[in-house]
Design a protein around this ligand. Structure first.
Ligand code: EPU
Length: 354
């Protein structure tokens, strides 16, 4: 495999941060990747797997070998009376894949339309939007162990999905035994993902923004294509297009609090946006908390808080004079401090910092 040196990562991260990979390899074939991982030159060397770069903040040149997943392909993997199983290679663009499944007549991914990034990264953070999470449609994935080059597969239980979380975000947990409980952060490259789409499809319209579309159009039984169009419209109105204004989507997770904590906050701030969860906890809208602290439109250097949605941090310098990862993280820390001082809640960043 060809190892490239000093490769600009600016085109490969949606923030548009300027930094280099000291060494980078592009993966199109599983066997070539396995051979490289087993090569004594690379065995034991630090490595970093790169997908669509849509959930990442780069704070300097990347020293570990960047393994950029560029493998392509998608197919109907299996079908029975009740389901279609659809498989896509890690390097496929997520939104193109969603569009393609709908064009084939396989609904089920429409609520996840327009999420930036590649298929291989979708299980890592268990992407979710408009009432659907990846785990709801996930079947299984194939991956390669970065240490041994061995192939393995995981089902949904082994991925340990939670809100914007999975086994791929955690290091090994010494208190747990058995590979299904081992964190896989930095230890695996996802090669392909399989989704299970139900034939008795029903639109998922519970989310408030979609309810508003139902009310404004009078369409109570939309097709999957109509839901897809609605989700695209809602996202375009609220979230900046990374091709125009660099960003990494929601910068913080929505925090969970106890009903007592929530009641305390409501006592002081009656307008706080909150949602009761099935487990009895309450989820708060991080965007509302940040907005309430007056952050919309504020900046540190070229890193700013998006005017229309305080949960999104943006690169105001474009490609020419982009923000640095340091500016993004300084802004993020200042936001965390002010939200903590006012509400007693520590916001947890969503993107990976490298
Ligand atoms: N809000 C404000 N001010 C703001 C931002 C939000 O008051 O500046 C309020 C909104 O009015 C709304 C509430 O906060 O009442 C929630 O906002 P929104 O519906 O836009 O959703 P969100 O919680 O900000 C989450 C996901 C998004 C996903 C949307 C739709 C997280 C961290 N973010 O955003 O995911 O698209 O719901 O399902 O869970 C992403 O992960 O990158 C992402 C964009």
């Amino acid at each position: 495999m060809k190892i490239e040196s000093n490769v600009s990562l600016q085109p490969y991260n949606t923030f548009g941060i300027a930094a280099k990979a000291l060494q980078l390899v592009r993966v199109t074939q599983t066997e070539a990747l396995q051979a490289m991982l087993r090569d004594p030159v690379w065995h034991g060397q630090p490595k970093f797997v790169w997908g669509g770069g849509s959930n990442i903040v780069i704070t300097g040149d990347v020293k570990p070998l960047v393994i950029k997943m560029e493998n392509k392909g998608r197919r109907l993997w299996r079908e029975d009376d009740r389901h279609w199983w659809v498989e896509a290679e890690a390097g496929e663009n997520w939104h193109d894949f969603v569009t393609w499944t709908l064009a084939q007549g396989w609904p089920g991914l429409e609520n996840l339309a327009l999420i930036p990034g590649h298929v291989g990264a979708t299980p890592v953070q268990n992407i979710g939007a408009y009432g659907l999470e990846l785990q709801d449609v996930f079947d299984s994935l194939d991956a390669v162990d970065l240490d041994s080059g061995a192939l393995f597969s995981l089902d949904a239980a082994q991925c340990a999905f939670a809100y914007r979380d999975s086994v791929f975000k955690h290091g090994p947990d010494p208190s747990q035994h058995g590979s299904s409980h081992m964190g896989l952060a930095g230890r695996a490259a996802i090669l392909r993902v399989r989704f299970r789409l139900a034939k008795n499809w029903r639109p998922l319209l519970g989310y408030a923004d979609l309810q508003r579309k139902v009310a404004s159009t009078g369409q109570t039984q939309p097709t999957a294509m109509e839901v897809f169009d609605w989700v695209c419209e809602i996202r375009r109105a609220k979230l900046p297009d990374p091709a125009v204004l660099g960003n990494a989507g929601s910068f913080f997770k929505n925090p969970s609090v106890t009903p007592e904590q929530c009641a305390d906050i409501i006592g002081r701030d009656p307008g706080v946006v909150h949602y009761p969860m099935l487990d009895g906890s309450i989820k708060l809208a991080a965007g509302w908390l940040i907005d309430a602290c007056g952050w919309k439109g504020k900046s540190v250097g070229q890193a700013g808080v998006y005017e229309k949605q305080a949960l999104v941090l943006v690169n105001r310098g474009g490609r020419e004079s982009p923000c640095t990862g340091g500016e993004v993280m300084t802004l993020a820390k200042a936001i965390q401090t002010s939200v903590y001082e006012r509400f007693g809640i520590l916001l947890e960043p969503e993107p990976v910092v490298v």
